[in-house]
Design a protein around this ligand. Structure first.
Ligand code: AHR
Length: 503
């Protein structure tokens, strides 16, 4: 057993919490939309064909905003294919994932689904195979209230009032050689700036996101951000970051250092953005939209990608259906802690993805829906997080990471609101339990622990499956206690926890 000490101080504010940090991501990919959220023959389906058991779970997850419809998919997508009478919608090849897109679900259906779920829509426009004109058409169709051909078409398709989409992504991962229409930074930067300026003529208040690098390991990382920002700095609000992590070579300890990579990623992008601002003599601060993040066993996908027969274009095949372990959940909880720690600059983030595809929620056609392990840290954090994010400086033993050197074994963040404080904390050590001692004297004379959650399994490879959907669940922390001005509790190795303290 080791020890860690820290302090909870409501005055140590990082920033007000932007709830868009608890965003999700739905892509037309595999069984995400079809046989995931939309399965008309399912016993729980509503009159529109949406699974209500999935809607209930998405609500429980606490997703604030959902990025749609991709991802790589958007770079070949014609949004017009997804509107109008369903029987007239075209079936198309999706070149991003080598599947057939039926277009049964498009903008209207997805917005209806989000109304049910209680989340906001964030749209991505296709800057891969399309350009400014199509982006403007979509914007007018979605958001205009004037009487135009587009808005009449929208009304004829069942929606009189505008969708009112505030946040727009200018393409997806345009730095990726895998991206349909991918391009270099100067080319993308110019296109994104022209598109942004045109979109702002319609509505200067739109929140626009330019593509940053699709990972910190891209050979163009850094140079891409700088060059894109030179073009779009005045015209966008956000630059995107994407990051996926996986355990390599069964090295759990190294995997548990993943959040350090995310931290460095954010710090580097913020540094470049502020450097570009300084060079222009500008006080403007570009924010980060971390609009794809998760654990993803991408190496498994890379091993099979491109092996489909050239003439096989299945509808809604099982793709990227990672089964998450307790270990994965601890890492994903730590990634969310890291996003919160950067709440002053990360103002939007999207867990990628939501249902069936690298997802917290799984479904079986005609069968049940269940929570994967990574569901729990997200749902609990989203529910307990208050209005302000607090810095939580931890003193704890470090372990050695091959990539990052000394890494603290305990990482934490907190939030505050009028009723108290919520603490989110992770023990990254694979070897040692840690006794955490938290100075809570700043919380007032009578703090009280009102709720605790611990995600830990003796077998860190335990997972929730169709046959055993409740195998991994958070439990209360047995030994959480207040002792004078100190709160104490034990975190077993490889564990994530949340505590709610009323003040
Ligand atoms: O989330 C899966 C894929 O990962 C997305 O389509 C793409 O944007 C990223 O490379």
């Amino acid at each position: 057993m080791t020890t860690a000490t820290t302090i909870l101080d409501p005055r140590a504010v990082v920033a007000d919490l932007d709830r868009r940090l608890f965003g999700g991501f739905v892509e037309h990919l595999g069984r995400h939309v079809y046989d995931g959220i939309h399965e008309p023959s399912h016993p729980s389906a509503d009159e529109r064909g949406f699974r209500t058991d999935v809607i209930d779970l998405v609500r429980e997850l606490g997703i604030s905003v959902v990025r749609y419809p991709g991802g790589n998919f958007v770079s070949g997508y014609r949004w017009e294919d997804g509107i109008g009478p369903r029987e007239q919608r075209p079936r198309r090849l999706d070149l991003a994932w080598h599947t057939t897109e039926t277009n049964e679900v498009g903008l209207h259906e997805f917005a209806d689904w989000l109304d049910e779920v209680g989340s906001e829509l964030m749209l991505a426009v296709n800057l891969g195979t399309r350009g400014i004109a199509e982006a403007l058409d979509l914007l007018e169709y979605a958001n205009a209230s004037a009487d135009t051909a587009r808005t009449r078409e929208r009304a004829a398709n069942g929606r009189e009032r505008p969708f009112g989409v505030r946040m727009w992504c200018l393409g997806n991962e345009m730095d990726g050689p895998w991206q349909l229409g991918g391009r270099d930074a100067a080319d993308y930067g110019r296109l994104a700036a022209r598109t942004a300026r045109a979109m702002r003529r319609f509505d200067p208040g739109l929140q626009l996101v330019a593509c940053g690098s699709s990972s910190r390991t891209m050979p163009t990382f850094g140079a891409w951000e700088r060059e894109v920002l030179e073009h779009v700095f005045d015209d966008v609000d956000f630059l995107s970051c994407h990051a996926y992590y996986e355990a390599r070579d069964d090295d759990a300890q190294e995997f548990l250092a993943s959040a350090v990579d995310m931290h460095l990623f954010i710090e580097t992008v913020v540094g470049i953005a502020d450097d570009v601002a300084a060079a222009r003599g500008s006080d403007k601060r570009i924010m980060i939209s971390f609009d794809e993040w998760n654990v993803w066993y991408q190496s498994r996908w890379n091993a099979i990608e491109g092996t489909q027969p050239a003439d096989d274009w299945p509808v809604a095949p099982r793709l990227l259906e990672d089964r998450y372990t307790a270990l994965d959940a601890v890492v994903s909880g730590d990634l969310l802690i890291t996003l919160l720690q950067h709440a002053d600059r990360v103002r939007s983030a999207s867990l990628a993805q939501l249902v069936n595809v690298i997802a917290p929620i799984m479904t079986e056609p005609g069968g049940p829906a269940w929570r994967q392990t990574i569901f729990f840290p997200f749902a609990i954090t989203s529910r307990l997080a208050g209005d302000r994010v607090l810095r939580v400086p931890v003193e704890a033993r470090a372990f050695t990471s091959a990539r990052f050197g000394d890494v603290p074994s305990v990482n934490a963040v907190a939030t505050a609101d009028t009723d108290g404080v919520s603490l989110f904390v992770v023990n990254r050590s694979t070897a040692d339990a840690v006794e955490v001692a938290v100075d809570v004297t700043a919380l007032g004379p009578r703090p009280a622990i009102v709720e605790t959650h611990l995600l830990h399994e003796r077998d860190a490879s335990a997972a929730n499956t169709l046959d055993d959907p409740e195998r991994v669940r958070p439990r209360p922390i047995d030994d959480a206690r207040l002792d004078g001005g100190m709160m104490r509790f034990t975190l077993p190795p490889v564990s994530w926890a949340a505590l709610r303290i009323a003040s």
